[in-house]
Design a binder for this molecule. Sequence first.
Ligand code: ATP
Length: 503
Amino acid sequence: QEDVFKKLVSHCKEYGFVFPSSEIYDGLGAVYDYGQYGVELKNNIKKYWWDSMTLLHENVVGLDSAIFMHPTIWKASGHVDAFNDPLIDNKDSKKRYRADVLIEDYLAKIDEKIQKEVDKAAKKFGEAFDEAQFRATNGRVLEHQAKRDEIHTRFAKALNDSNFEDLRQIIIDCEIACPISGTRNWTEVRQFNLMFSTEMGSTADGASKIYLRPETAQGIFVNFLNVQKTGRMKIPFGIAQIGKAFRNEIVARQFIFRMREFEQMEMQFFVRPGEEMEWFKMWKSTRLKWHKAMGLGDEKYRYHDHEKLAHYANAATDIEYEMPFGFKEVEGIHSRTDFDLSQHEKFSGKKIQYFDPELNKSYTPYVIETSIGVDRVFLSVMAGSYCEETLENGETRVVLKLPAALAPIKLAVLPLVKKDGLPEKAEEIVNMLKFDFRCQYDEKDSIGKRYRRQDAIGTPYCITVDHDTLKDNCVTIRFRDTMEQERVSIDKLHDIISEKVSL
Ligand code: ATP
């Protein structure tokens, strides 16, 4: 699986989807640029989300708030005091780690150890092997499993109690259980705030410290009254926003899964107090359907309901996708009570309430939030679409089986040869279709090579123009996934393509 992930990362780079930021200067940690195909795919993902929120729900409207906001907002939201991760340094290697992630890695290593024992035995005993029986009785497996369970329990408790001394001790114990570096020379665990800060205004004026927003949600909360009043919105209603967010993540790994600059699509849905659980359930199921409708495979998704809730939340769940490195959070759905609006009321001194004409009273609305990372959806789509296939003739092809609606290029128009009027005919087809679909014209290399190039960027249709086209006005359409080819009239192309490229 790790191997597949490495291939996926290099495919993203080789085919113009994702580049490391500032690459000619050796890159910048956990920051990435989207290339010519990446930006199209990303825009298509954003449009899919935006339309599903604001077109399909007449009570959800959009917003585009600024990245810079008044610094007190982050006091009110709790980010200045509590948006922290536990940090630890290794004194020998001078490497910095997020304590909880490090422990999770160790737990995974112990799991690997156990799996190795199981695999070894399976090989030895062949068909007669009963895995459950082996796990339940083998001494070494039981010993490792007991250690793992013990560490896991202590870890959960230490995190829950924010007990940093224990976190450090657990790391040391992990190293004894599962020697990796063998150093054990660790600093204390300390809190590290994830917000980036900068100064606004010249220092002579008394510049103030401001933050790059770590989430887009607060821009929605502070505009609640503006949108509600000017849009004459009636509860229940939602405000949706897409925008950049910044977090100074301690461990930068797993490609675009955890970035320091990333993009979020968030929607805050304002409801009557007491009705939030119904809406939470509704959004939970609506959001999962949105993911599944992309067609990457229903079994790739699961919910992860939170047992431990933030102090202001009364329900929370993640939608996880099975990445090449395991099931990981792609979206969070949270019932945030009236926490955010009440905090902003307290800190700003402005009354933030809604007068409900049906109930004939004012109240602070409760909020259901859906919060999803564009880059994580991008990664799920790429991972779910990447295939290496061996063809009947023994050749291999790499194909991105992207949902047609998200594919950066919808069709490629390919003249069989570069002469005899075929390029002109192909251009004509491009000119006919380019207003509705993103087309690519390609005349370089053999037709087989051109098909492979389109497969590698996930183009669902290739249209080949040959000598007969000039006589019968028909072309060959090749379907990416099946590689089947069909002879069709040029007049039919528009309908055939439109049928598949909308979600
Ligand atoms: P994690 O536990 O993975 O750090 P989180 O629980 O802090 O994520 P939220 O604060 O709930 O994440 O953010 C909402 C969504 O924003 C996440 O579901 C994820 O898709 C996205 N997101 C958060 N942090 C990052 C990041 N560093 N890089 C890319 N996407 C991110």
